[in-house]
Design a protein around this ligand. Structure first.
Ligand code: FAD
Length: 317
């Protein structure tokens, strides 16, 4: 079922989660171990992230270093198919531009279509870890906007080969990313919103936001989106703080602020267990306020930690 139909059918705020594929060599049971304890909250959908290749240097005989491309967390599409089969819950693969040319993207979308996967989150993806800026694949997309256009075209039966006649249209419900505190590369929030609107105008059906720890940022973002004519559902992304280290890593990696009151409370903690209690309480308050404002769904970035997600969910659902 399309995610937008699931949202439309529901009178109340829904629960959903994002999971990461396991590290290469680990089994799929590790994913089930995250999902099983959360089933009681009836996830409306489960997002599965996509991880592009990284370069590592391997020491070879003679001492020289060989640059090797590795994908540490493969398996997104297989996991989605397994989740739909096992749980009968909509699984949403993240599709990225990075590392794919248009034909590879088209073929991946055909696989998803054949598997009965109807929802996708269309993203540009980040740069390769060792590179400072995002570099599109030769013959690939530079922005998520172009990926949305390709998927929307396939939904009309238009494939890359223009001579192809009577091609079966796909029927994807397309999600895109939105940034309440702006994407780190955007010169300002207006420009970022301008491009977000382009993604919606090109055929995207809903937005999932980057995490935020101050609800005002989400409410302002939604207001600005509505002002420029974005009418699609805007699903807030929720992250529960769980370690002191995240005070440094979250602002750096995700370019979001941690409010003073929260960072002070975390600083006072003597262990990560105490930090988790602070993070859980903060998230509960955040979620209660978001529910009061009738957000369509609360989307939890579990990062493989079902325990803390459950502690928040049981207080609000
Ligand atoms: P875009 O929408 O393409 O925007 C990227 C930047 O370019 C922005 O600054 C935007 O303002 C600007 N821009 C957009 N269009 C244009 C244009 N036409 N001309 C000029 N500038 C433009 N990454 C992964 O690798 N795998 C994942 O699974 C993943 N999941 C994510 C899930 C969510 C909910 C979110 C919020 C992010 C996720 N990311 C993931 C991270 C994401 O890939 C990065 O934030 C990436 O840097 C931007 O992706 P985007 O789709 O927002 O890009």
């Amino acid at each position: 079922m399309k995610l937008t139909d699931i949202l439309k059918k529901s009178q109340k705020t829904l629960f959903s989660i994002e999971i990461l594929p396991p590290l290469k060599g680990k089994g799929i049971q590790s994913i089930y171990n995250v999902i099983d304890p959360l089933l009681e909250f009836k996830p409306a959908f489960i997002d599965v992230t996509y991880h592009r290749e990284e370069y590592i240097y391997k020491k070879r005989p003679g001492g020289y270093l060989e640059k090797v491309s590795v994908r540490k967390r493969p398996g997104t599409v297989g996991i989605c198919a397994a989740l739909m089969y096992k749980y009968n819950i909509e699984a949403v693969p993240h599709i990225i531009c990075g590392g794919f040319n248009k034909e590879e993207t088209e073929n991946a979308l055909i696989d998803l279509h054949f598997l009965g996967i109807q929802n996708v989150l269309a993203l540009r993806g980040d740069s390769i870890k060792s590179e400072p800026y995002f570099v599109p694949e030769p013959g690939g997309h530079a922005y998520a906007l172009d990926l949305v256009k390709q998927i929307a075209a396939m939904n009309k039966g238009i494939y890359l080969d223009e001579e192809m006649k009577d091609a079966e249209p796909t029927d994807f419900c397309i999600g895109v990313a939105g940034y309440p505190e702006k994407h780190f590369e955007a010169p300002n929030i207006q420009t970022d919103l301008h491009y977000l609107k382009q993604k919606i105008d090109a055929g995207a059906h809903y937005i999932v936001t980057q995490m935020f720890f101050d609800n005002k940022k989400y409410f302002n973002f939604v207001e600005k989106c509505r002002e420029i004519g974005i009418t699609v559902p805007i699903i807030p992304g929720i992250k529960i703080l769980s370690s002191k280290k995240q005070l440094l890593t979250i602002p750096k990696v995700f370019n979001v602020e941690i409010p003073f009151e929260l960072s002070q409370a975390v600083h006072k903690c003597k262990s990560d267990e105490e930090v988790q209690n602070v993070g859980i309480e903060w998230s509960i308050q955040q979620c209660k306020e978001l529910i009061q404002q009738n957000v369509p769904c609360l989307h939890f970035y579990t990062m493989g930690n079902a325990t803390i997600t459950k502690k928040v969910a049981e207080k609000i659902f």
